[in-house]
Design a protein around this ligand. Structure first.
Ligand code: 9WO
Length: 245
């Protein structure tokens, strides 16, 4: 998969290429990451990529031409129809379904803005969709772009080990994760739940599913509303709630 990123700080994106799951995916050739800096497409000696907003107001706006040239440079290296996605608070909130959709694509271009915003005509002309990580404002789109790259790369076949991949699948069942524990068994008087020390894998799996259901109910009821719980899941959730009283 080929992912392109438009950013005036391409070195930021390089950070994720050196570590962990994404780093290994790039090393193995499973993912190719490229970037284009709009400054390299600016026509003036000062490599200007921003200007004052029409209509007045604070800050600067990113200019159309350098951004468009950077997008077009990256899109030329991608299969026809590759999506161009702008990371912005104005976008639809990114979710696991978007990560899956993008993981099934041949590649895409991410546009990471800076300053106060991007000239709207760039969005109209080059951008297929705007995605947000949530209702907050960052200093730029780069951190959001890196999050999208990580979430998508993890879903590519062969990138995660079998165990992680299986866990990823179960997590993608739409529930929150279960709690995790590791040695020592007791730390500062806090014990590991005995079921996890029992060696009874059926009981452990049942406990983990119950915890995932209970946590989802308590912390993210909106997730549960989207699910059709099975009779067994409903029973587990009821059991969790009874134990929580
Ligand atoms: C800035 C802004 C400030 C107040 C209300 C809305 C706003 N939108 C933007 C904006 O789109 N800014 C551009 C991209 C350029 C400045 C830095 N950018 C940015 C992207 N800030 N925050 C994000 C972002 C991206 C994805 N998910 C959450 C936030």
């Amino acid at each position: 998969m080929h992912i392109g990123v438009v950013s005036i700080f391409p070195e930021m994106i390089d950070c994720i290429a050196a570590y962990g799951v994404v780093g290994r995916a790039i090393e193995s050739g499973r993912v190719r990451l490229s970037s284009s800096d709009p400054r390299n497409h600016a026509k003036d000696a000062h490599r200007t990529v921003d200007d004052r907003p029409y209509g007045g107001g604070p800050g600067m706006v990113m200019k159309f031409e350098p951004l468009a040239a950077a997008v077009r440079e990256l899109r030329a290296g991608l299969p026809a129809g590759a999506k161009v996605i702008c990371l912005s608070p104005q976008g639809r909130v990114f979710g696991q379904a978007d990560a899956s959709r993008l993981a099934d694509s041949p590649g895409f271009v991410l546009v990471a803005g800076r300053y106060e915003g991007i000239d709207e005509r760039l969005i109209d002309s080059e951008v297929d969709e705007e995605l947000s990580l949530g209702d907050f404002v960052l200093s730029g789109g780069e951190l959001a772009a890196m999050a999208v790259i990580d979430a998508v790369t993890r879903l590519l076949p062969g990138v995660l080990g079998d165990a992680d991949s299986a866990r990823q699948d179960s997590f993608m069942d739409g529930l929150l994760d279960h709690p995790h524990y590791t040695r020592p068994e007791t730390v500062e008087g806090r014990r590991t739940p005995p079921v996890l020390l029992s060696g009874d894998h059926a009981k452990i799996m049942r406990w983990r599913q119950k915890q995932a259901l209970g946590r989802s109910f308590e912390r993210r009821p909106d997730l549960l509303e989207k699910l059709e719980l099975s009779a067994e899941q409903r029973e587990l959730l009821d059991e969790y709630l009874k134990e929580s009283i």
